[in-house]
Ligand binder design. Structure first.
Ligand code: AHR
Length: 504
């Protein structure tokens, strides 16, 4: 049995959780929109063509914000194509993913879908093939009350009230050679600054996310962040981070250790932000928007077979294993433990495309394995993150040293007095014993111990067997004088919900 200990002190906190870390992402890509959230004629479709079964699953996840419409797609997008009468909307060759975009869903419909899903839109503007002018027009269309060209167009299209979109992304992955009209840091920094300036002049209440490197493996990583921020410091509020992992080497111990890389990535970007703040002689703090994170590799080979110019093909449809759910749990723990600087995070993506929710065209919708850690984090992770005073036995893997077998994040809900501990046991063979100790919380008991465990790391959920990997409850151990010893199954994701003992 592996040994780990966790001490939590009520006053030793990291930060309040910004609920937007439970955000997600929907791109015009594959079947995310068409066949995902929107399928007119489906038995579950509402009067606008939105699938109610998908809406139910999205609402269950309590996703507060959804990034839209891309992704790589946004760098060629003409938002005006997707408004007005549907029969007049053009079909376009979509160069990011080699498909045909029908524009049957645009900003108006998406805003309406978001309202029905109980979420907010995080809108990205095209700084690839387009620039500051079209970006500021889009802010005017979405947020200006009326009496101007684009706000009146929105009203004419049936939306009298402004959409009030608060959070905007200044393009997407502009350092990537795969991006339409990719830019150097200087070029992007200048363009982003001018776009930001005009967008905030139209609506000073908006918040802006500047593009960071598209990954920490990019050759310009670090320098890109500082150069871009030097140009945009005055106007940007956040810088973006993107990362995807995959178990291509079939090495689970190493794969589950990728959170160490994610942690290093976050620390590096914080350092770049703060360094640039010094250079800019600014007291303002730039926070982090981890607006694309997930596992992505299962579908890489099959995507090469997709015929060019297909409409809504089965693209990036990763079928997630139980092992992937463990890594997603670990990534959530990493995000929680950086809640002081990571204020937005988007699980990429939400439906069908590298997503927790899958659908069949004309058929059912179900939860993939990764749905569950995300659900738990969103359901029980609202409150204040406590600093984990943590010790764990460690292992070395192919690329990482000193990997703790047990990782945790803990969130205290001030209103209910509950403390939720999210715990990942990475050990593939053994149980781990987590020695817990609480200080200054009053008397607590373990109200619930949820676990995601499976004997087969490769187990998946499918439309035929949608519940093969699903959480279950363990008998909660007793807490004596605010100490508890909690066994964690080998390779498992755990949610330990401690609640105050009510005075008699
Ligand atoms: O989420 C899939 C793609 O990954 C996005 O379009 C892009 O931003 C990233 O490279």
């Amino acid at each position: 049995m592996k040994q780990a200990s966790l001490t939590l002190i009520k006053q030793d906190t990291i930060s309040k959780v910004d609920p937007r870390i439970f955000g997600s992402f929907l791109e015009h890509l594959g079947r995310a929109i068409y066949g995902g959230i929107y399928e007119p004629g489906h038995p579950a479709a509402d009067e606008m063509g939105f699938r109610r079964d998908v809406l139910d699953l999205v609402r269950k996840l309590r996703v507060p914000i959804v990034r839209y419409p891309g992704g790589n797609f946004v760098s060629g997008y003409c938002w005006e194509d997707g408004i007005g009468p549907k029969e007049l909307r053009p079909r376009r060759t979509e160069l990011a993913w080699g498909t045909i975009e029908t524009n049957q869903v645009g900003i108006d419909e998406f805003q309406e879908w978001a309202r029905r899903a109980g979420t907010q839109v995080m809108m990205a503007v095209n700084l690839g093939t387009r620039g500051p002018s079209e970006a500021k027009d889009l802010v005017e269309y979405c947020n200006h009350p009326g009496g101007s060209k684009y706000s009146d167009l929105r009203i004419q299209n049936g939306f009298a009230a402004p959409f009030g979109i608060h959070t905007w992304c200044l393009g997407n992955e502009m350092d990537g050679p795969w991006q339409m009209c990719a830019k150097t840091a200087e070029e992007y920094g200048r363009t982003a600054r001018e776009a930001a300036k005009l967008m905030k002049w139209v609506d000073p209440s908006i918040e802006l996310v500047a593009c960071g490197s598209s990954g920490s493996n990019m050759p310009t990583f670090g320098r890109w962040e500082s150069t871009v921020l030097e140009h945009t410091y005055e106007y940007a509020d956040y810088i973006s981070l993107h990362t995807y992992y995959g178990n291509r080497e079939e090495d689970t111990a190493d794969y589950l250790a990728n959170t160490l890389d994610m942690d290093y990535f976050i620390r590096s970007v914080i350092a770049a932000c703060d360094y640039t703040g010094v250079i800019c002689r600014s007291k303002k703090k730039i926070n982090l928007s981890f607006d694309e994170w997930n596992v992505w590799f299962h579908s890489n080979a099959q995507d090469k077979e997709i015929p060019r110019w297909s409409i809504a093909p089965h693209q990036l449809e990763d079928i997630y294993t139980f092992e992937d759910a463990l890594l997603v749990g670990g990534m959530l723990i990493t995000l929680f433990n950086h809640a002081d600087r990571v204020k937005i995070a988007c699980l990429a993506q939400l439906v069908n495309v590298i997503a927790p929710i899958m659908t069949q065209n004309g058929g059912s919708a179900w939860a993939q394995t990764i749905f569950y850690p995300f659900l738990h984090a969103s359901q029980y992770g609202r409150g204040t993150v406590l600093h984990p005073i943590m010790q764990s036995q460690k292992y070395d893997s192919r690329r990482y040293t000193d990997v703790p077998y047990v990782d945790t994040a803990s969130v205290w809900d001030e209103d209910t007095g509950e403390v939720t501990v999210f715990a990942l046991n990475r050990c593939l063979e053994d149980e781990a014993l987590l020695q817990m100790s609480f200080r200054e919380f009053g008397s607590l008991y373990l109200k619930e111990h949820l676990v995601l465990e499976h004997s087969d790391l490769m187990a998946v959920n499918t439309c035929e067997a949608p519940n093969r990997v699903a959480p279950s409850s363990k008998t909660p151990v007793s807490v004596q004088e605010n100490e508890a010893q909690i066994p964690l199954s080998p390779h498992s994701w755990n949610v330990l919900r401690f609640a105050p003992v009510k005075a008699q």
